[in-house]
Design a protein around this ligand. Structure first.
Ligand code: C5P
Length: 397
């Protein structure tokens, strides 16, 4: 199981199985997730907020109308923060509430406002579960892509034997893990370029740039999360990648181009995130240039091939995404580039802003296609990357 970089919001409602929610949190956390917990008032009758706070390592969210709580992390922020929402245990009342889109408490409002994948693990007396209204509500929820986990059969707290027990924490977490593996880009091959290139002058000197490669590596990570098969062609940077990424290290723009041409015939989506050097020295000195030999050194530069334009021209069936690092007229210049290079999408950012520039862990971008422009406000590069992948998947599916 792998929930690395996943934000999971666990909503605990008022059923006896609430005591098992502590174990659910522990399992998510053990597998890399960041977990936040929303409790309804009745959930607190079954397990204390202090317990869940201690296990999740985050404060409990329990109120929609508490000014202090809302200013710390409001319901809309929580809704946006979550990649996955799990309601466990989920009572009959909560099922009815979600079915009807009620937003009269924090949990209801978050579920309405969020685009996260929602899972519910019902837990109730068997007759309540089998009642027609609960069954009809669940049918409606399934048709709205809310996944219902269980309930399991067995002995219930009230002594009845039948369906209504909450599925065991281990199984809930397993099921969610396998269901998120089938992401929106499952089976697609994505080739990403990242980092700078190095254009050698002699064996020890080169021309390069400030690219850290962080955005490209974040895209590779997000692409894996979305179920794709990922090729990452990277200039010289030292960042770890997910083991599932096929990593190809190159130095020069020419080497990058060669690798791109090798991988493109089997690529569905190309993302050119590398800061490819626009120029290379026309002449390569086989031996180190000795400073004693020269007072002035003329290095003639010639243009490198534009890899991105080349890909858009030659591999027409692929979806091609470029980046535009600009320092002024950011959006207009990016839009021009989108058209000139004949791209499907361009991501523009303002590299004159140091807080989102080359070596930063954050970015703020405009995502531009021929028909729309979406502003992604300053956030961690991995989150920006996830949103870019999400938009790509919406455009190609
Ligand atoms: O035209 P400009 O260099 O600003 O365009 C940036 C975009 O083009 C980036 O996506 C970058 O990866 C790509 N590019 C390329 N080959 C080059 C120069 C830029 O693929 N030689």
């Amino acid at each position: 199981m792998n929930f690395l970089n996943k934000n999971i919001l666990l909503c605990v409602t008022g059923g006896i199985a609430a005591y098992k929610s502590a174990e659910i949190i522990r399992l998510f956390k053990k597998n890399g997730a960041d977990v936040r917990v929303v409790m309804t008032e009745s959930a607190k009758e079954f397990i204390t907020p202090l317990t869940l706070q201690a296990i999740s390592g985050n404060e409990i969210h329990d109120s929609l109308l508490d000014v202090k709580a809302e200013s710390a992390m409001g319901h809309i922020e929580l809704a946006k923060w979550a990649d996955i929402i799990l309601v466990a245990p989920c009572t009959a009342e909560t099922i009815a509430k979600i079915t009807h889109g009620r937003a009269n408490d924090l949990m209801g409002a978050i579920i309405l406002a969020s685009k996260a994948s929602v899972f519910i693990a019902p837990a109730m007396n068997m007759n309540m579960w089998l009642d027609q209204s609960t069954q009809e509500n669940c049918k409606k929820l399934s048709s709205r892509s809310i996944s219902i986990i269980g309930p399991a059969d067995g002995e219930q707290a009230c002594g009845d034997i039948g369906p209504g027990r909450m599925v065991d924490p281990e199984n809930i977490v397993e099921l969610i893990s396998s269901s998120i593996k089938i992401g929106p880009l499952a089976g697609k091959v994505i080739t990403i370029t990242a980092g700078p290139t190095r254009e050698q002058i002699d064996p020890v000197r080169f021309i390069s740039n400030n690219s850290s490669g962080k955005m490209g590596y974040a895209l590779a990570e997000a692409a894996i999360e979305s179920g794709a098969l990922v090729n990452l062609i990277s200039g010289p940077v030292s960042i770890d990648t997910n083991k599932s990424v096929s990593l190809y290290k190159i130095n020069s723009a020419n080497e990058m181009l060669e690798k791109v041409d090798e991988l493109m015939p089997n690529t569905d989506i190309f993302i050119g995130c590398a800061a490819v050097s626009d120029f290379k020295p026309s002449h390569y000195y086989e031996n180190k240039i000795k400073k004693e030999d020269l007072n002035v050194i003329d290095i003639e530069l010639e243009k490198n091939e534009d890899i991105l334009s080349h890909v858009a021209k030659v591999y027409k069936s692929s979806y091609v995404v470029g980046f535009a690092a600009e320092t002024k007229n950011v959006k207009e210049n990016a839009r021009k580039k989108l058209l000139n290079k004949n791209l499907n999408m361009i991501i523009s950012n303002d590299v004159s802003d140091k807080s989102i520039g080359f070596d930063s862990d954050q970015n703020e971008v405009n995502l531009i296609t021929k028909s729309e422009s979406i502003f992604l406000k300053k956030d961690k590069k991995i989150r920006i990357a996830r949103e870019i992948l999400k938009q790509i998947s919406l455009n190609i599916n």
